[in-house]
Design a protein around this ligand. Structure first.
Ligand code: C2E
Ligand code: MG
Ligand code: MG
Length: 305
């Protein structure tokens, strides 16, 4: 998990203080871009400055009501009904407009902000899900959590307290673990996940097949669901390599007793192939993009759940 930043004398700076500052900026750029080594250049200064100000603003965004959740349906492939929804965060930035999570989740992760942010998402998501449940839609809700969240010793207790506060059934909450970093502390991660599982909360391994996710996590950690990354799913109906990967993943997951969700389904051909292969749940633009609250209710009332 290490990152290296380089600044060179004399071309980048001739003073020792300047060299240290610029090498630190290069380290930060390496962390943000997830590269092992980055050399300083003038663009990094500018990039770094705008990222730093975004990081400062993110802290206030929660309190200023600038964050919102969009919801994307998860479809049971055999009955073609909406069984769940995934909460996906958006930031309505006063200057930059609507920002997708790719612009700021890594910033939240590299600071402590990911903790209050995730708590906000869980509490907002389950309160919306409660509203839908009261209207007769028996859905569950999936929320993305970062590996950083799992390293916090209070995370499991905080989630359980939020469930109690909203009187929300634990088995209707699914936490999708996204691995933007190697799991550094397997013991704490295991402890947190085990506490959540023991309480009845569902655990899903997101973006399987990319990044740092590995088969050994499936063996060691108490997941009940695996989400095949959309980079393998979207083109699988005409890409032999992708379809072999998806099929093999389904076999492994099922033999381990896991439920499988395929994300990034964009056409009916892919939905049909996955159903035939025994994939339980699908998600993707074929049914719907992530929608704001009111539009999501519209979608449900049009009879798709
Ligand atoms: P994810 O959890 O894998 O979410 C699925 C992403 O794929 C979403 O992007 C969704 O809009 C997109 N997607 C869904 N169906 C399709 C499709 O058919 N085709 C294509 N091309 N894309 C599709 P989004 O909303 O931009 O989120 C990106 C990532 O940001 C998420 O990936 C998740 O890792 C992270 N994220 C989102 N919300 C949160 C959050 O509240 N907390 C944390 N920690 N991470 C979040
Ligand atoms: Mg997810
Ligand atoms: Mg995913």
């Amino acid at each position: 998990g290490g990152h290296i930043g380089l600044a060179c004398w004399p071309q980048d700076d001739s003073s020792s203080a300047g060299l240290i500052r610029k090498s630190m900026l290069a380290v930060r750029a390496a962390k943000w871009s997830k590269l092992p080594i980055v050399s300083y250049d003038a663009n990094i200064d500018q990039y770094s400055e705008s990222r730093l100000s975004l990081m400062g603003e993110l802290l206030d965004a929660i309190n200023n009501d600038e964050l919102s959740l969009h919801y994307q349906p998860k479809i049971d492939l055999s009955s073609q009904t909406v069984v769940s929804m995934e909460a996906l965060i958006r930031w309505h930035h006063p200057k930059h407009g609507l920002l997708s999570p790719d612009h700021f989740i890594d910033l939240a992760e590299s600071t402590g902000i990911i903790q209050p942010l995730t708590q906000w998402v869980i509490s907002t998501g389950i309160s919306y899900c409660n509203t839908l449940r009261n209207q007769g839609h028996g859905l569950s809700i999936a929320v993305n959590v970062s590996v950083r969240n799992l390293l916090s010793e209070t995370f499991a207790d905080d989630v359980i307290a939020t469930l109690k506060q909203h009187d929300f059934p634990a088995e209707r909450l699914i936490l999708e673990v996204i691995e933007s970093a190697v799991i550094e502390d397997m013991n704490q991660t295991f402890l947190t996940l085990s506490m959540l599982k023991k309480y009845g909360i569902g655990l899903s391994l997101d973006d399987f097949g990319t990044g740092y996710s590995s088969l050994s996590y499936l063996k060691k950690l108490p997941f009940h669901e695996l989400k095949i990354d959309r980079s393998f799913v979207t083109n699988m109906s005409h890409d032999k390599g992708d379809s072999v990967i998806v099929e093999t993943t389904l076999t492994i997951a099922h033999q381990l007793g896991l439920r499988v969700v395929a994300e990034g389904i964009e056409d009916i051909a892919t939905a049909n192939v996955l159903k035939k292969l025994g994939c339980e749940v699908g998600q993707g633009y074929f049914w719907s993009k992530p929608l704001p609250e009111l539009e999501f209710i519209d979608l449900l009332s049009k009879g798709k759940s």
